[in-house]
Design a binder for this molecule. Structure first.
Ligand code: SF4
Length: 330
């Protein structure tokens, strides 16, 4: 797909054309301009030639109903996105914001690739568009979008916010901001931008450790911005927006999952408008997932200490489609 030139081509067209093409693209979900019978024939041909809409992708449907998709971009780089089938039948699309990632978290396959490049706003939206078209054929739609795929969204901040504008805009995708979540290591400039934007998107912070020594080991970015600073930024987000923050905590066997650490986590988050999401880790060569029983005990300790806690299903582990395992060699 290549819609970067769309605005340029429509520059001299009457204004209603832009509205019309937005509806065709993002709401009617056409996959070829030839389907756009409301447009003049010569414009259709021009758009077909200069802004093709077909998305080159390969998908793998997993046993749990999740669909892992690899989309080929115009420079032949590849990006991964996942359609997660929630147990209540809701459809959540997990999108990538970068190819590779510079932050090199130890538990993350994307982090091991290094950074390749940022995705443009249209390349981010293309991932959503792909699944929206697929779901339309089954009379289904996308319910939620999470920026939880490859890359750190706040290191590609302009394109991520531009993509959110397209996804949220009434004239375009029209997906409610509250149905969009950004998962981040918690970079200050991103949190500040989110506060300023007044967007009602959800903020999820990847915490994964309760002390700086371990977090810096697992997530080297912690050496530049420690847990105390991170929690101060989160506090200012909560005060400014009145919105709850989700703290994600990967449960890694014998690394960060002791009941002592559950108590420390409860202490760190005491009094915050926050919820903890415990995530089952999908075994990699180095790390193993905590046993289920242990995850439940960890949750019990948090709840006993007044912290709202959920456990996230382990989506797509069979096909390496889980959040920490997206890593094609694009
Ligand atoms: S977990 Fe996120 S921030 Fe860390 S390396 Fe992976 S993609 Fe980057």
């Amino acid at each position: 797909m290549n819609i970067d030139k769309l605005r340029l081509i429509l520059e001299s067209s009457p204004k209603f054309r832009i509205k019309q093409t937005n509806k065709l693209l993002y709401q009617d979900l056409i996959s070829s301009w030839q389907e756009a019978s409301v447009l003049p024939k010569d414009l259709r041909s021009k758009l077909e030639k200069e802004c093709p809409l077909d998305i080159s992708a390969e998908s793998l449907t997993l046993k749990d109903g999740s669909v892992k998709t690899v989309i080929s971009l115009n420079d032949n780089k590849k990006v991964e996105a996942v359609l997660i089938k929630n147990s209540d039948k809701r459809n959540t699309v997990c999108v990538s914001s970068q190819i590779g990632c510079a932050l090199a978290c130890k538990f993350c396959a994307t982090g091991q690739m290094g950074f390749i490049r940022n995705l443009s706003a249209n390349e981010i939206v293309e991932q959503v568009l792909y699944f929206a078209r697929e779901l339309k054929q089954k009379n289904e739609k996308i319910d939620n979008i999470v920026f939880m795929g490859m890359g750190e969204p706040f290191l590609n901040i302009d394109n991520v916010f531009r993509a959110i504008e397209i996804l949220n805009s009434e004239d375009k995708f029209n997906i409610g901001a509250r149905k969009i979540s950004i998962s981040t290591v918690g970079l200050k400039k991103g949190i500040e931008r989110l506060i300023k934007s007044k967007l009602q998107v959800n903020l999820a912070i990847s915490l994964h450790a309760t002390n700086d020594q371990l977090r810096s080991h697992l997530m080297p970015v912690n050496k530049k911005q420690n847990i105390k600073e991170l929690l101060e930024f989160v506090d200012s987000y909560i005060v400014s927006t009145g919105r709850q923050v989700m703290f994600e905590y990967l449960m890694i066997k014998d690394v960060n999952d002791s009941l002592e650490e559950a108590k420390e986590l409860a202490k760190l988050l005491e009094g915050k408008l926050a919820v903890v999401n415990l995530i089952r880790y999908n075994d990699s060569g180095v790390f193993k997932s905590s046993p289920d029983k242990h995850i439940y005990n960890f949750k019990k300790v948090l709840e006993k200490n007044g912290i709202k806690t959920t456990i996230r299903d382990s989506f797509g582990s069979e096909g390496k489609a889980a959040c920490d395992q997206l890593a094609n060699k694009g």
